[in-house]
Design a protein around this ligand. Structure first.
Ligand code: CTP
Length: 398
């Protein structure tokens, strides 16, 4: 279950072109199970109407401090009562400046002053407004006051300029809010991971690879980041986007993957090998495209280094987690890998249960034995793995 499910969230929409994205944000937060209540400022209503937000949230949209529909005339208090957070998205330069000074001249600013829940803001403005020293000062003050600033992003702006100041995309904001509410089971830890397949060149246009969508590794990287870890994801070729808050290092071959892991391993508390690393690579990749001939072709393969085993064999290794995707005899092979590679945890699954799809059935193996997790989405499975990993890590450090 998402960390935002069942929470009351007040989403405030201020005046900025990015207000059109707030509609999608409200939809996605609702889909994740949040009870969303929208506050729309006057300037916000110039961009998107209350009808849109009412339809998407299923709740009344509030704009006016003096709205007679609120029986006690205390909209600024009642709206945030029981709320898990206020999220202002988009947050204009103007509203940020007002909040810094504790101004309370409309429903939103009064509500922010009267709140007893966290305040999250997703700034959105033209890049020059963002770079203005006044905005920088305001942002610094807001952070000092405990306000959580999400973004902004850099890129194309509605004004035609390119630069810093774009609001984070709705799905990224949902991820940031989910991370905000997640238990920080791995707070302060550094996790280095591998994911996806590797690709071993035969010639400039052909290669050997493994079947791996990367979905399980990416879901686990996301779960570790939500749990507060600094995450470095060394990824073979996949079609996936790097999860929010995760630093991705792109590689192709097993040798590149090994080098990137070793480069990032300093201070790592945890190493997780999820990648389906090719066990062999062509001994002599051809410099030019191999031309077809009537004869057969014999490829000489040479073994790749075992990245996980190498990390686990270091003098003071991080907590090492391996994956074992098997087509039969899961218990035997997974427990064998736990011992042979000297790992602290192995996540085993039968390939027919998880490969390529969105669901997975896994069994966790560690010094205490085997723990099957329920068949669930790869995101849910990742949460289960993080919980076990965090518990074992704490025990080990005691
Ligand atoms: N692994 C690795 N480097 C390799 C091979 C595997 O880091 N060259 C890691 C994988 O990321 C995974 C674990 O080791 O976490 C087990 O991988 P797997 O391919 O199942 O095992 P192998 O040791 O290669 O054994 P086999 O292919 O014979 O099952």
């Amino acid at each position: 279950m998402s960390a935002i499910a069942g929470r009351k969230l007040v989403v405030a929409v201020t005046g900025g072109v990015a207000a059109y994205k707030a509609a999608e944000l409200v939809r996605l937060l609702g889909k994740a199970g949040a009870d969303v209540h929208v506050v729309l400022t006057d300037a916000g209503s110039r961009f998107v109407t209350a009808v849109t937000f009412q339809a998407l949230s299923g709740n009344t949209v509030w704009s006016d401090l003096w709205d007679p529909r609120m029986p006690n005339n205390m909209a600024h208090i009642d709206l945030t009562r029981g709320a898990a957070a206020i999220l202002i998205a988009p947050a204009s330069a103007d509203v940020l400046a007002k909040i810094v000074h504790g101004m309370a001249d409309d429903l939103l600013t009064t509500m922010c002053l009267a709140r007893d829940c966290p305040l999250l803001v997703a700034p959105a403005m033209n890049r020059q407004m963002w770079e203005n020293p006044a905005t920088a000062r305001n942002l610094a003050r807001l952070r000092e006051d405990g306000v959580h600033v999400l973004g902004p992003d850099t890129g194309e702006q509605a004004c035609g300029e390119v630069g810093m100041g774009r609001m984070l995309e709705p799905e990224v904001l949902v991820e940031a809010v989910t991370a905000f509410f997640s238990d920080k089971l791995l707070g302060g830890r550094k996790v280095v991971m591998t994911a996806g397949p590797t690709f071993e060149a035969i010639d400039p246009v052909r290669g050997i690879t493994n079947t791996s969508s990367g979905k399980m590794g990416y879901a686990l990287a996301q779960a570790c980041a939500r749990a507060g870890a600094e995450v470095v994801l060394v990824s073979g070729p996949t079609a996936l986007q790097a999860p929010y808050g995760v630093r991705r290092v792109d590689v192709r071959s097993a040798l590149e993957m090994r080098a990137a892991v070793m480069d990032n391993l300093d201070d790592a508390d945890v190493f997780v090998g999820v990648a389906a690393v090719a066990d062999y690579r062509p001994a002599q990749p051809a410099e030019h495209k191999i031309k077809k001939s009537g004869d057969g072709l014999v490829l000489e393969l040479t073994p790749n280094p075992d990245i996980l085993a190498e990390v686990a064999a270091r003098a003071s290794p991080p907590f090492c987690v391996g994956f074992a995707a098997e087509s039969r005899d899961l218990d035997i092979y997974a427990q064998g890998k736990l011992r042979a590679k000297r790992l602290q945890l192995v996540v085993g699954n039968l390939v027919q249960d998880g490969l390529g799809g969105d669901l997975n059935t896994v069994v966790l193996y560690d010094a205490e034995g085997r723990t099957p997790l329920q068949r669930a989405s790869k995101d849910e499975v990742a949460l289960g793995i993080v919980a076990r990993l965090a518990a074992r890590l704490t025990q080990q450090l005691r």
